[in-house]
Design a protein around this ligand. Structure first.
Ligand code: NAD
Ligand code: UGA
Length: 322
């Protein structure tokens, strides 16, 4: 099966490509390699994909309709997985426009071309941050009309526009709402890799707020299995949570877990809370279990152990900055 995967040099895109390539899918990956965070991590991830014969990387921007048209014409994808995005919750306050041009207009370009080139299925990455203000654990049928960051608002727009393309043209659309994903070579703007690098380098760890805020941290391999199951198992229009689905772990607890794994104490500096931050996230994963047969397999302690092992073996030598 031919897949077009956007954001392939990103954290989730890279791992998704790796799993697909091992399963013999034909993957065309695109990414604009922007410098929102240190591109050495993106280059590292792409270097791991290069050896696969069934992989092709094309550098380009999903905001560029002409570029995308050529890619669709040549790659003839049966499935489009749109993981390319501006994804920083707090950073979206600083530069909201780019969040809309990429996450909304870029997604619209991909939807339009998916209709034009007879794509069978469209998968959109969405976010747990849409559930701000709702009762936990979060269920997919909650009304999510009060996003508290431009990032979350842009993903809501992408979700509803994707629905319109399902309604008008019968495009199969699966919206996957991921919950704070972590693991080897994750994003350096997010707490898990940031805290690990700071602690390894004996630098102060900055916490926004009290550190009591908590997340349903979800291990990357579990997320990727969920993405691949949704290619293989369902049609129509569905919104599905992919999260660990257990009592969330606080930011302070995350630091304590690293202290145990690294055998050192963190030096914590507390800063003002950020207004775009959610207090807690927790996925109800009943729907993923029943529709996909998906079940997360990696507990936080095991996931962090694998992350630290990767960092000590390879990650620290990539030379990326925060
Ligand atoms: P990431 O930033 O590591 O990956 C996104 C990739 O998209 C980057 O490599 C970037 O260069 C690329 N990109 C950005 N704008 C582009 C454009 N205009 N054209 C082409 N490429 C572009 O982020 P990630 O954590 O891998 O997230 C992947 C997707 O999952 C995003 O849609 C994000 O919103 C969503 N998501 C992530 C998480 C998480 O915890 N990591 C949780 C929920 C949802
Ligand atoms: C993450 C991703 O960044 C989003 O792309 C994704 O959509 C979202 O998860 C999701 O679950 O859908 P976020 O929860 O903000 O967003 O993840 P982190 O950046 O890891 O932050 C988690 C918490 O740690 C936040 O409260 C944040 O303020 C805090 N934090 C983060 C710090 O205290 N210090 C830091 O240096 C970084």
């Amino acid at each position: 099966m031919r897949i077009l995967l956007t954001g392939v040099a990103g954290f989730i895109g890279w791992k998704t490509a790796e799993f697909l390539l091992k399963d013999d899918y034909e993957v065309t990956g695109i990414d604009n390699i922007n410098d929102y965070y240190d591109i050495r991590l993106k280059e590292y991830r792409l270097s791991k994909l290069k050896p696969f014969k069934n992989f092709r990387f094309i550098k380009g921007d999903i905001e560029n309709h002409e570029f995308l048209k050529e890619v669709f014409e040549e790659a003839k994808p049966q499935v489009v997985i749109n993981l390319a995005a501006r994804a920083g919750v707090r950073a979206s306050i600083e530069n909201p426009h780019i969040y809309y041009t990429t996450n909304v207009m870029g997604n619209l370009n991909l939807l339009e071309l998916s209709i034009k080139y007879n794509v069978e299925k469209f998968i959109l990455a969405s976010t747990s941050s849409l559930y701000a203000g709702q009762k936990m654990p979060f269920k997919e049928d909650l009304a999510v009309n009060t996003p508290i960051s431009p990032y979350a608002a842009s993903k809501k727009s992408a979700e509803v526009t994707s629905y319109t393309y399902y309604y008008l043209y019968g495009l199969n659309v699966i919206v996957l709402r991921f919950f704070t994903v972590y693991g080897p070579a994750s994003r350096p703007d997010m707490a898990p890799l940031r805290f690990l690098k700071w602690m390894y380098d004996n630098k102060p760890v900055t916490i926004y707020g009290t550190g009591d805020q908590s997340r349903d941290f979800t291990y990357i391999d579990d997320i990727v299995r969920g993405i691949i199951m949704s290619i293989e198992k369902i049609n129509g229009f569905e919104i599905i949570n992919l999260g660990r689905g257990k009592k969330p772990v606080s930011i302070i607890e995350l630091i304590h877990k690293y202290e145990a794994l690294l055998g050192k104490k963190a030096h914590i500096v507390f800063k003002a809370p950020n207004k775009a931050d959610m207090e807690s996230t927790w996925a109800d994963i009943t729907k993923a279990k029943s529709l996909l047969g998906w079940e997360p397999e990696v507990y936080i302690d095991e996931g962090l152990k694998r992350t630290v092992e990767w960092y000590l073996k390879e990650g620290k030598d990539i030379g990326f900055e925060l």
